[in-house]
Design a protein. Structure first.
Length: 745
């Protein structure tokens, strides 16, 4: 098709890219900054009861009013009263409490210890997108200094707003860093400016396609705004990987003496097939994340699958058409020629494969396979050891830079206010969904039992409606509502995400509900527990599914049981250094947290996300390498020689691809949202370790030690592969064929 109508393909691709861009680029306005919680969990259901039946806002907005002469000064009181009045009459604010308007007992917790700052707490209603609009509007009206009185906004509502705004700014910074740096590496790899521009253009199409898919998905479900970062980084990286593989194979075929049509046909039946196969493995690895209940992880599944699909499709459709149209001009504007002319150096002479760096490197590794392999394995395990001390936590305002107002408000609350201020951190809210007929005495006895739990300084009076000495539905319940509910707030002095907090939560759950009724709990500690439980309960299924899919696909590619098993083990091993770095830097605070605020915990979603994506990308390089090794194995029958030749022909490609991919992911380190910075560093380390220590040392060492047994499979599976597996035609770039050895079985 590319040979028959290349220009039509390119024109259609440009029109499609423009259409996708017009539709997909506005997607950021429809995305959510949250999605870390399990929507079917106990904490989510309890929070929904509080919203539906008690009119509490879905998210809290905190406004801190500070005055040098104290909150009781006329200036501070006037400013605070004006803000409270505006909030009270705002149509999307459900409830308001403040240091100036609440009863004295409640107001005491909303005043700083030095009485120079007071807190206003407002519950914001609406969908996640609407909440951000309302919170930003309120913040814009409230946050201006008046007569020396300072007003700052924070809380979950403003954290969501500022994460969205910061993520959009980070995306622009990431693109401005990744695209030019990737282009420079491509120029180094290919020399010609046109050849370097082609992968970047393919990457742009992949990104626009992924954004369009994400916008379609937003019509039916929530999508995390952080999926944009993945779509941009991965779209550019994978498109460059796939185009690089095709261009390299095309040039190899030309160098072997094939004419352009024959070279292109051979390229697409080998490298093109490898691209499709590789894209399938990466997409299926990422698709497994859709099994997790959290929208945050589901969103990355949507973005990952869409990005991989568009990158592969553009690479195998647009790239060959561009090669036909460009013809001899593919090498136009060759920067390397210009540099050689300036330096007066002769053109490089063709180097026999046996003299190439990667061929000699592979043979050097295989001569010392056992000591080198063991040394790398030990090194990776040592680097991954800090992950054994991981502690899970939930993201808060500290994921934002310290310049963000919500981070500053959070710091002020932690330093100057009581632990129960705003009821946003350590408190646990207990909801009795069905309280009809409960006597006040039963609730009082329940509250008394709760107060006996260690680290519980106080339990609030139950909130509900009493009729004839028993509880009925709350005042805000719809007409005809038969089921009443009640809730209590348990204050806590146990530090969040600590062993004491976990033990306290267990003891609270152990207290029998009032009158034998079922209770549900919410609050940061319970939300974190539910999120971790959702991840850990689903993880075995996800990991098992990924392993089975990857094993089956690699078997279809290689016809071996040993190579897929080796790939699974080495891919997991390649991630150990990245996981260890996450804990050592971002949890424990070494290297100053790379400019972030360490909280002593990691968000449970992030290692899972990192594993699924990095595992898929590791399979990307595995397919690149193993497919070429197998090609030479089928022609030479020599195990070590086929490994050395495979690495010789793919080592430069994998190195350049890994460097470009690491640039795309390293650009995420410039993000000012801490867990995206953590995500970027983890992926960068995973890609670099996989492309160097694993692919270029552990793979040849392992395959040398296994020898001919690398390609072993039982006879019945060999017959299955003969019928269903993928087979190679002889390569024009291969050395002279030798007598092939039989598969040991």
């Amino acid at each position: 098709m590319a040979l028959a109508a290349p220009r039509r393909i390119l024109v259609a691709a440009v029109l499609l890219a423009v259409t996708l861009g017009v539709f997909g680029v506005p997607v950021a306005k429809s995305l959510s900054p949250s999605g870390f919680q399990d929507p079917g969990s106990e904490s989510t259901h309890a929070a929904q009861v509080l919203t539906d039946k008690f009119g509490q806002g879905d998210v809290q907005m905190l406004i801190v009013v500070s005055a040098p002469d104290g909150i009781d000064s006329p200036r501070a009181r006037d400013v605070a009263t004006d803000i409270v009045d505006r909030l009270t009459h705002h149509p999307h604010v459900a409830d308001v409490s403040s240091a100036w308007s609440s009863p004295p007992a409640a107001a005491a917790d909303l005043v700083s210890r030095d009485r120079t700052a007071g807190l206003i707490v407002a519950g914001i209603t609406g969908t996640e997108a609407q909440q951000q609009t309302y919170a930003k509007d309120i913040s814009d009206q409230a946050t201006r200094d008046r007569d020396g009185v300072t007003v700052q906004t924070g809380g979950t509502a403003m954290v969501n707003v500022q994460i969205t705004e910061q993520s959009q700014r980070d995306l622009l910074v990431m693109e401005s860093l990744a695209i030019p740096l990737s282009f420079l590496v491509l120029v180094w790899a290919f020399g010609g400016l046109l050849a370097a521009a082609l992968p970047v253009a393919i990457g742009g199409m992949a990104i626009l396609g992924a954004l369009s898919v994400l916008r379609l998905v937003t019509f039916t479900t929530d999508v995390s705004i952080f999926a944009l970062n993945l779509a941009t980084a991965m779209g550019l990286a994978l498109a460059i990987d796939y185009t690089l593989l095709i261009l390299s194979r095309y040039r190899d075929e030309l160098a072997a003496g094939a004419d352009r049509p024959a070279a292109l046909q051979r390229t697409m039946t080998t490298a093109g097939r490898t691209v499709i196969f590789s894209a399938t493995t990466v997409a299926l690895s990422m698709a497994a994340m859709v099994l997790f209940p959290m929208h945050f992880l589901k969103s990355f599944a949507y973005a990952g699958v869409a990005t991989v699909a568009f990158a592969a499709a553009a690479a195998v459709v647009v790239t060959p058409a561009a090669l036909v149209v460009l013809g001899d001009r593919l090498d136009a504007f060759d920067v390397r020629r210009l540099v050689r002319r300036i330096l007066r150096r002769p053109p490089p002479r063709p180097v026999p494969v046996e003299q190439r760096f990667w061929y000699r490197c592979a043979n050097a590794v295989m001569r010392r396979a056992l000591p080198l392999g063991l040394a790398i394995v030990v090194l990776l395990l040592v680097l991954g050891a800090p992950f054994l001390g991981v502690r899970w936590g939930f993201p808060d305002d500290r994921v934002l830079p310290q310049s963000a107002s919500s981070h500053q408000v959070g710091d002020q609350l932690r330093r100057q206010f009581a632990d129960t201020a705003g009821n946003t951190d350590t408190a646990v809210t207990i909801v009795v969904p069905d309280s009809d007929g409960l006597a006040p005495a039963e609730l009082s006895a329940y509250a008394a039992e709760l107060s006996r739990v260690p680290d519980v300084p106080a339990v609030s009076a139950p909130t509900g409606t009493f009729v004839d000495g028993a509880l009925a539905g709350p005042p805000s319940a719809p007409a005809g509502e038969s089921q009443g509910s009640v809730f209590l707030t348990v204050a806590s002095t146990a530090p969040l995400f600590s062993d004491a907090s976990e033990a306290q939560l267990d003891r609270l759950h152990a207290v029998a509900g009032p009158g034998g009724r079922a209770v549900e709990m919410t609050g940061t500690a319970q939300i974190n527990r539910d999120s971790v439980d959702a991840v850990t309960s689903t993880l075995p299924v996800v990991l098992g599914l990924i392993a089975v899919i990857m094993f089956a696909l690699l078997f279809l590619l290689t016809g071996s049981l040993v190579v897929p098993l080796k790939a699974l083990v080495l891919n997991v091993l390649s991630l150990t250094a990245a996981f260890g770095a996450l804990v050592w830097i971002f949890q424990d605070g070494h290297l100053s947290g790379l400019g972030t605020t360490p909280t002593g915990t990691l968000v449970a979603n992030m290692p899972v996300l990192l594993f699924c994506i990095a595992f898929g990308l590791s399979m990307d390089y595995e397919v690149f390498l193993v497919s070429r090794i197998r090609e030479f194995w089928l022609q030479t029958g020599r195990s070590d020689e086929s490994v050395a030749l495979g690495i010789a022909y793919t080592g430069r490609i994998i190195t350049a691809a890994a460097l470009i991919m690491s640039i795309s992911f390293a650009a995420l380190i410039a993000a000012n949202v801490s867990f995206m910075r953590m995500f970027g560093l983890g992926l960068t380390l995973a890609v670099l370790v996989d492309a160097t220590l694993v692919r270029m040392v552990l793979v040849p060492a392992f395959m040398h030690l296994m020898g001919r047994w690398n390609w072993w499979a039982p006879h019945w599976l060999t017959r299955v592969h003969d019928r269903l597996g993928l087979r190679e035609a002889p390569s024009a770039t291969a050395p002279e064929s030798l007598e092939t050895e039989r598969n040991p079985s």
